[in-house]
Every structure is written in C-alpha cells, then in structure tokens.
Write a protein that binds this ligand. Structure first.
Ligand code: AHR
Length: 554
C-alpha cells in the first residue's frame, strides 16, 4: 500500500496522463481474471432521465458574475453577456437541467429585482455577504456581495436554452408570499400577449413563454430556507403549491427534502403531506448530500471540519470515496421512508445538490467563495455518484452537481478571460452516453480495497459501475478506486455479444492531478478502439480511474 509520506503532496504540477500500455483489453482466452462484471441485458431497471445529468447555479461568489455573466460590453467572448466558452463546453456534455437561483440565496431572492431594463435593476445585498469562508483578498463591494441583478430570469433562461438544458427554478418560501411564486410562474409561462407580466417578459426580450416546468418549493427548508419543522413546512408547501397556473404544462414541483441521512425530515413531511392530500401534486423530493472528507478528526481548525482539495493522503482519499458511496444507502433509505406514506411511489427522488465540499484555501481567485480545485480524486467521486444514480434510475428522476462553475465540485473554472475544464467535466462528458438509455442491472465482483481508517481496518468495493442500453449500444461505466492496483476484470454480457468496443479512460499517474488556468490539459481522457469481441471479454481498469466502454452489440 502507498505510504502516507510518499503519497501526501500538494500536486502543484499536473501529472502525465496514463500511458496506453496500461490499458489492456482482450478476448477471454484461458486467463482467469480476479474480478468480474456481469451485465444483465434482460434485467431493466428504468430509463436514465437526462435530468440526472443536471447542474446548479447559485448567486454565490464567482458562479454567476464572472463565471457565467461577463456582460455584453466585456472583451471576454459572450453571447448577450453570457460567457461563450462556457456555453459551448456545457452544451457538449448535454446538461439535462440547470437549477437556479439557489441554494440558500433562493429563499432571500426577489425575482422582481431581476426583470425589466438592466440599468434600472436594484443592487441588493447577497445572502452570502457575511460568509466566514471569504478569502481575505476578496473585494468588499463587488457583485458577489452586492448583486446588481444584471443576471435575472430571462438571462438565466437564455443561458439554459443556449446549452440545451431545461431551467429548474427554486422559489422563495422563507421571505416572499405565496402569491409571488404564482406571479413568477405567470411571468415565465403565461402565453404571449396575455397577462401584464407576459407583456413585461416580452419587453425584456422574450415574447414566447419560457416554459419552465421544474419548480422547487423552497430550498433546505430545514435550515437557511426557513428553519421549519417538517410538519410546518408541509403546511407551507401546500399553500405555495396550491392552484398554480399551468398554461397547459403540468408543473413538476419539488419539495425541499432532507439533509443527508435525516430520515425524520422525510418521514414526518410525508406523513403530514399525505394527510393533507399534498403528495398527489408533488413530483420530486430533493435530497442534498455533500462529501466533506471529514476523516478521523485529522482536519485542522482552519478547515472547519472539512478536508483539503489538494493536500490529501491515502486515508483521506479513500474516506472521501467512502462518504460518496454513502449516496446509495441514502437513496434506498429515503425511498423506503417515502414509500411508507406514498406506497405507489408517485413522488421521485431529486438529488439537486451533491459533490465534494472542501475547506477554503484552493479558490481559483479570491472572489470565488467556496471555490476549490478539482482533482482526479473528484473525478472518481463523480463517476461513483453518477453510477449510483444510473443504478437507481427507477427512483432518481433529477440530480444536480454543486455547482456549475467556480464553486465546490465544479466542472468549470472561469475568471476574466481564463477558462478551464476540470476532471469532473470529463466524467460528465463520458457519462452523457447513458442519458435517455435503459439502465440494466450489472453485478461487480472484485477484491475489496483495504485501507486504514483511524488506524482501524476499513474497506471499499474493488470496482463499481453501471450499464445502460440504447438500441444496440451498450454503455458500461466503471470506477476503480484503488490507488495502486489495476483491476483485470472479466466482463460477461448476458443476453448479447460485443461486435466492437471503444474504451475511454480518465486516469493520471498522480491522483492529485488537476487542471488549472496555467495547465488546462493536465487531466484528459484517452480513447482507443479495442480488439476484444464476443460475450465475454477481459479489460484492465487502471488505478484511481474512471472508464467508459462503448460496446456495440452484434
Ligand atoms: O451549495 C452551497 C449551499 O449548500 C447551498 O446554497 C445550500 O443549499 C447548501 O447548504
């Protein structure tokens, strides 16, 4: 096993990508592999909703101003003020939905501040103005702290449309009356030439309805969204969700669900909501779960109980992945708690905030509050998590990684004219092939990864992944979390045979490797056509890697 001293570094320089000789795939001859992957084509789980591949945009630090909105007069190439490079790169990974405007910001936001002529919009104090995590060098009065509202409803809707994503709005339940939710829906969706607010929208440049289907009724209503008790939130939910105008589109309303493993929030809300008949009109229940890398109390005081994005040892590496793997039992536990009051499971799970959340210190620039670097370790976390969602395609209807750019586990970093894709972006690009496909059952058998946690033995599954079928196209995605062991696996396709296989592999010789403005290509996927054919093939998965096998069935 890698020693801690050898392993711990800041990984300032990007590492070289995996050499082609490390990726080996062959037809099964007499060899016996230590690991097995069985893909059961005859055991469908459910359609993988493209909305599972969603993103989250909050008015927080450098997400909106600088990250997305550069303004029409900027020298940074833009489409109507929106950063063009970001739009182009995001469109390529097919974002199913983008959630906006928060997060905690949503329950303080007055949507009316973000409509009308831009130069007349008010400047407002941002929810995050006093956050303890602001880097000292961050400016005191910039748009991150005092929002000029240049980026409002139509600007966001245009951004979503340009990337091919559906907009998903979060309404303010803590500090606006229910009627304002109603009016926001009217502004967005009323037919052209109908209500006064539809005329306002036309004057703002969008004559046709924005057709916003997804609406969150508050955010984290157990915390920054109002500190409600679950029963009280159920009552508020009923008031806010009742009799909303549909304009011919059935709205998909999402309730503010639990923080991680808080099953009590789910149970008590569902019980109360079922009594009031509220569940009938509810589409989704939002679970939020972050991986903090709190590992054995070894974090420093400055880390506020979280790990570091770049400085981590093997124990912290494995612990982060263990935390992320906890998404699966969370989905199962909340699903079963929801079923106690909703036995037909009319309401689906929405995981609209997930990802790694580290201590301050690796922000790409001072205004990027909660900004952090994203290494190859985060790419493995992303693969693990998306595979869990795929395996539970019958339960999870929508998900959003936090957050799109310059904040937490971002697929992008962007500042002024600088831009780069993180390893997490490449995982989304690889996994886009699953969108809309039928998830099929897969069984992974591999020697466990053994490591030590607080000097006690701990383990992680040796391989994990998911499979989906779209016509003759089988997509198999696999993560190998081991830091030092490649896994040779026998892949058996039950009910079909591979005619051709293309492998795309994301790995690095040092798991701390990350992309930066200075070295944007340090971590990139490698693709190659494999010679293997048939219903059973061998493939070697390199250490700390994410792999996609695109298998065309004969
Ligand atoms: O994503 C950052 C914050 O995390 C969001 O604003 C909030 O919903 C969650 O606690």
């Amino acid at each position: 096993m890698t020693t801690r001293r050898h392993f711990l570094h800041t990984a300032a320089a990007g590492a070289a990508c995996l050499a082609a000789r490390d990726i080996v795939s062959s037809p099964l001859s007499a060899q016996t592999a230590e690991s097995r992957v069985e893909v059961l084509l005859g055991e469908p789980i459910g359609r993988i909703a493209p909305e599972i591949y969603g993103h989250f945009v909050e008015h927080l630090g450098g997400v909106v101003y600088d990250g997305i909105w550069v303004g029409e007069k900027s020298k940074v190439p833009n489409i109507g003020g929106l950063r063009k490079e970001l739009i182009d790169a995001l469109a390529k990974i097919k974002p199913g939905v983008i959630r906006w405007p928060g997060g905690c910001f949503a329950d303080q936001y007055d949507w009316r501040d973000g409509i009308g002529p831009r130069e007349k919009r008010p400047k407002r104090t941002n929810f995050w103005v006093d956050a303890a995590e602001w880097p000292k060098a961050a400016r005191r009065t910039g748009p991150e702290r005092f929002d000029p509202n240049e980026f409002g409803t139509v600007e966001f809707a245009r951004f979503a449309k340009l990337t091919g994503a559906q907009p998903y709005f979060a309404a303010n339940v803590r500090s606006l009356p229910a009627q304002e939710f109603w009016r926001w829906v009217e502004y967005c969706n009323a037919p052209a030439g109908s209500a006064t607010l539809a005329e306002r929208r036309a004057a703002d440049g969008e004559r046709d309805p924005l057709d916003v289907r997804f609406w969150g009724v508050g955010n984290e209503s157990w915390g920054c969204g109002g500190n409600f008790l679950p029963e009280d939130y159920a009552t508020e939910y009923r008031r806010y969700s009742a009799w909303l105008p549909s304009y011919g589109t059935r709205l998909s309303l999402v309730g503010s669900g639990p923080n991680g493993d808080n099953l009590e929030w789910t149970r008590r809300f569902f019980k109360k909501a079922a009594e009031g008949g509220v569940l009938r009109g509810m589409w989704g229940w939002a679970l939020h779960n972050y991986s903090w890398n709190v590992s054995g109390g070894r974090t420093h005081e400055w880390a506020q109980g979280k790990g570091d994005a770049l400085r981590f040892d093997s124990e912290q590496y494995y612990e982060l992945l263990r935390e992320a793997s906890g998404m699966e039992p969370l989905i199962q536990a909340h699903w079963s708690a929801m079923g106690e009051s909703d036995p037909r499971h009319e309401v689906k799970l929405v995981v609209d905030e997930w990802g790694a959340w580290y201590a301050p210190g690796t922000e790409p620039f001072p205004e990027a509050l909660l900004g952090q670097q994203s290494t190859m370790r985060d790419a493995v976390l992303a693969g693990l998590t998306l595979d869990i969602f795929n395996r539970h395609a019958d339960k999870v209807a929508l998900a959003a990684i936090a957050q799109l750019v310059n904040c937490l586990q971002s697929p992008f970093l962007a500042h002024e004219d600088k831009f780069c894709l993180t390893p997490t972006y490449h995982v989304f690009a690889m996994y886009a092939a699953h969108q809309g496909a039928q998830s099929v059952r897969s069984v992974f058998t591999a020697p466990e990864v053994k490591y030590s946690r607080n000097a006690q033995p701990a383990t992680l599954p040796g391989l994990a992944g998911s499979a989906s079928l779209n016509g003759k196209q089988l997509t198999l995605t696999v993560t190998n979390p081991s830091l030092d062991q490649p896994r040779e696996a026998q892949i058996a396709i039950r009910g079909g045979a591979a005619q051709s296989i293309r492998a795309v592999t994301l790995a690095a010789s040092d798991v701390h490797a990350h992309n930066s403005f200075e070295a944007p290509g340090a971590v990139e996927p490698k693709a190659e056509a494999l010679s293997a054919r048939g219903s059973v093939v061998l493939h070697r998965f390199p250490p700390a890697s994410v792999t996609k096998l695109e298998i065309t069935l004969g």
